[in-house]
Design a protein around this ligand. Structure first.
Ligand code: PLP
Length: 404
């Protein structure tokens, strides 16, 4: 990796890690620049500069709301997906603890992002009981299992819209229907960080009480996100202070970031159809070419219910991290899973949940596509993959017999 850092030709790298982060589009940078320059006023100030910042935030709020079909007043800006998930789960649980103290059961899935899982573990330490729903080999939640676990103590159900490692899309509308048929009092939250901007989302049609999204996954800047909270649903704030963001989230607003998220939302909404069609085309091409060229592999997660930009393969008889390093040397940037767990070198809980064994998990890589990628990028990737996989398999102590 060091040789790439010293070598300045970043533009020749093939970036295939868009689930980790995306490039900020030039139009978005242009829209943000004035708020990093002359328009530096605090939106709480009532002079011209303050008013300009406040208006910019109002425009951004409308744009985010349009993208997910909510009212602007139901959008609260945060520092990103992680904070939005924390705010939804802890914010709700705090309000219940304060006022009811009897509802202490949460249902989530075993394949959530750590932003949800770690928050659930924190809440368990605080007296809540958490049910972690299993998924099938395709990564899909069993609706009957959800139904069976709902009870009078259930306060919250949190199920991600699409998974960050295998891109599997859950049947959220059916799941929220099951929950709200059981009780309208149960909050249904969805972490939609990976799904927003890739597939159409309408929080009203999906009957969601809250939803998290993050700017840097949709070609916006890092460190900014939003939480949608359905009107009349009450969450306790996690941060006390000046009461910006309608008292739910205090702290002087990150105006350039919010403006960037707003613009990213507008662009995502306008281009959703064309972009997702293009991504499906790239994804299906890549899967087909890998199937044609490389033996001894497993596509992880459902193909049918999958984000348009996600490809996750296990290549048997090698280590995914070794493969990632080899691809990096050849200028192709992929991932072995979620960026966070990759840092911590932990075995993927998602691949484990869909039934992969230790060797299969360690041989997996995630390729996530973006609108800047081309068929040419993918053809180069397949050639490099084929050569590097053959090289690593020769060195591997485990020898597999592959059909092809
Ligand atoms: N939820 C999911 C599904 C994610 O993929 C991520 C980031 O990868 C997050 C939450 C956290 O978002 P952020 O990086 O904005 O904190």
């Amino acid at each position: 990796m060091t040789n790439l850092i010293n070598n300045k030709s970043y533009d020749r790298l093939i970036y295939l890690d868009h689930a980790a982060s995306t490039p900020v589009l030039q139009e978005i940078i242009n829209e943000m620049l004035p708020y990093l320059g002359n328009l530096y006023g605090n939106p709480s100030s009532i002079h011209t500069y303050g008013i300009k910042s406040k208006i910019a935030i109002q425009i951004a709020r409308k744009r985010v709301a349009m993208l997910i079909g909510s009212k602007p007043s139901e959008i609260f800006f945060t520092s990103g997906g992680t904070e939005s998930d924390n705010l939804a789960l802890k914010g709700l649980c705090k309000s219940i603890k304060n006022y009811q103290n009897i509802k202490n059961h949460i249902i989530t899935s075993s394949i959530e992002h750590d932003a949800i899982l770690e928050t659930c573990r924190y809440l368990e330490r605080d007296g809540f009981t958490v049910t972690y729903l299993k998924v099938d080999k395709d990564g899909i939640i069993d609706k009957t299992e959800l139904k069976n676990h709902l009870n009078d103590k259930t306060a919250l159900v949190s199920i991600m819209l699409a998974n960050n490692e295998i891109g599997v899309i859950q049947p959220i509308k059916e799941l929220s229907e099951i929950v709200h048929d059981f009780s309208k009092m149960i909050i249904f939250h969805s972490d939609a960080v990976q799904a927003v901007g890739k597939i159409p989302i309408n929080v009203k049609e999906l009957d969601l009480d809250s939803l998290s999204l993050s700017s840097h996954k949709i070609n916006g800047p890092k460190g900014v996100g939003a939480l949608y909270v359905r009107e009349k649903v009450k969450f306790e704030p996690l941060i006390q202070g000046g009461g910006q963001e309608s008292t739910l989230r205090s702290g002087t607003e990150n105006v350039p970031g919010i403006v960037g998220l707003g613009k990213a939302s507008e662009i995502s909404m306008l281009n959703l159809k064309v972009n997702s069609q293009y991504l499906y085309y790239l994804r299906d091409h890549l899967i087909r070419r890998i199937n044609e060229e490389i033996c001894g592999k497993i596509l992880n997660g459902s193909l049918e219910h999958r984000l348009p930009n996600n490809v996750n393969f296990t290549f048997l008889g090698l280590n995914g991290e070794d493969l990632l390093t080899k691809l990096d040397e050849d200028g192709i940037l992929v991932s072995t899973g979620s960026a966070c767990s990759a840092n911590r070198q932990q075995e993927s809980h998602v691949l484990k949940a869909i039934g992969l064994n230790h060797d299969e998990i360690s041989g997996s890589i995630r390729i996530t596509l973006g609108i800047q990628n081309t068929i040419d990028d993918l053809e180069k990737t397949v050639i490099v993959l084929k050569n590097r996989i053959a090289e690593l398999r020769k060195l591997s102590p485990i020898k597999y017999k592959f059909d092809k």
